[in-house]
Design a protein around this ligand. Structure first.
Ligand SMILES: Nc1ncnc2c1ncn2[C@@H]1O[C@H](COP(=O)(O)OP(=O)(O)OP(=O)(O)O)[C@@H](O)[C@H]1O
Ligand code: SF4
Ligand SMILES: [Mg+2]
Length: 339
């Protein structure tokens, strides 16, 4: 992305987001008697369990991994819809993990999320105008005329043309693709600097996915946003993202440039993921069948959490969690094979 395309004040190399040992553990229900007699026996589902990474301004990071590995929980925590159990999130140097009240509202204006299902973020009883005006009112933006101008220009940016025709419509009066474009417009109307998109096209008809993806990609570039793009689909991540992080049971097990990670995966789990999806030119055999033994975040194996499924596991893997190893300037991997 060229320097002119970036937002003023967010030069390349600025750590927009810095995440350090982030954990999100969900307490499991306990019977009343046991809760009183044995509170220490309460179990925790470790959805995110020690995630560390940095995101530069203007950069797009893809997050890949199997269902249940913690992608959505991570995403919701980064935009502070969830509160972390432990760890720190710095947004432009400011600690946001425990923000409350007005400061949290101020942060949320800059950090926005597009959900998998547009119905999750669109109020069915609101028209498009009301859907886009609500966040502007919450964040105290301008007068009625200025809000109208911002809404119309944002709908245009989101490819809903002519914008005036969409203003009075309700979500059920639009197609799935149009609804997702309204959801995208709703987050862009606040001019955020950080956008998380969680499987934004997986519920859309295949024929309209490319249009919505192109829109997201173009907007991220044109507005100089930093973005996190979550998907099961490595070929979509390859199309959208500069860097890729691979998650397994709540941790990032490999991270690097998207082309590097997809063309030369180092972690045995990444190798299995790459082998399992049809990425043109890159398919390769793997001895891990990802259809079997889905991992359980309530019962994380000791040592390397991937060891029960890993074809290259050795003795140490069953006992000692692998450290994060910086293999080169562009790659980081959590695996004893590289330590
Ligand atoms: N609010 C919650 N309370 C309790 N457990 C939760 C909550 N949200 C998620 N979980 C659990 O945390 C784990 C990770 O869930 P998450 O939705 O983050 O996974 P994911 O990688 O996004 O999966 P998918 O690809 O299916 O969307 C799952 O076991 C899930 O059941
Ligand atoms: S640490 Fe061991 S079990 Fe884990 S991925 Fe590497 S080789 Fe496999
Ligand atoms: Mg999810």
């Amino acid at each position: 992305m060229s320097a002119e395309q970036k937002k003023p004040g967010l030069s390349s190399g600025t750590a927009l987001l810095s995440v350090n040992d982030l954990k999100v553990h969900f307490p499991q229900k306990q019977g009343l008697v046991e809760a009183v007699l044995h509170p220490e026996k309460r179990r925790y589902l470790k959805a995110v369990d020690g995630v560390t990474f940095k995101l530069q301004a203007g950069e797009t990071l893809g997050v890949a991994g199997e269902s249940g590995c913690g992608k959505t929980t991570l995403a919701k925590t980064l935009v502070r819809l969830y509160r972390p159990t432990e760890g720190e999130i710095l947004f432009l140097g400011e600690r946001i993990a425990h923000l409350k009240g007005k400061e949290l509202t101020r942060f949320r204006k800059k950090a926005q999320m597009v959900f998998q299902d547009p119905y999750e973020s669109l109020n069915p009883r609101f028209t498009v105008r009301a859907i886009l005006e609500e966040p502007l009112v919450i964040h105290g933006f301008g007068n009625a005329r200025e809000r109208q101008e911002r809404i119309v220009s944002t709908l245009g940016m989101a490819g809903l043309l002519p914008p005036e025709a969409f203003l009075p419509r309700y979500p059920h009066e639009m197609s799935g693709g149009q609804r997702q474009r309204v959801a995208i417009a709703r987050v862009l109307v606040l001019e955020p600097s950080f956008l998380v998109a969680d499987e934004p096209v997986s519920m859309l008809d295949v024929s309209i996915r490319a249009g919505v993806l192109n829109l997201l990609g173009t907007l991220i570039q044109r507005l100089g946003l930093a973005g996190i793009y979550i998907s099961h689909d490595l070929s979509l991540i390859r199309y959208m993202c500069d860097r890729t992080a691979v998650m397994y049971l709540g941790r990032i097990v490999e991270m690097g440039s998207t082309e590097g990670v997809i063309r030369h995966p180092l972690h045995p789990y990444t190798q299995a993921l790459v082998a399992a999806v049809p990425v043109p030119e890159i398919g390769r055999p793997s001895r891990v069948n990802l259809e079997d033994e889905p991992p359980n975040p309530l019962d994380i194996p000791r040592g390397c959490r991937f060891h029960p499924r890993c074809p290259r596991a050795k003795g140490i893997c069953q006992e000692v969690p692998p450290p994060s190893v910086v293999v080169d300037a562009d790659r980081q991997v959590e695996c004893h094979l590289y330590s």
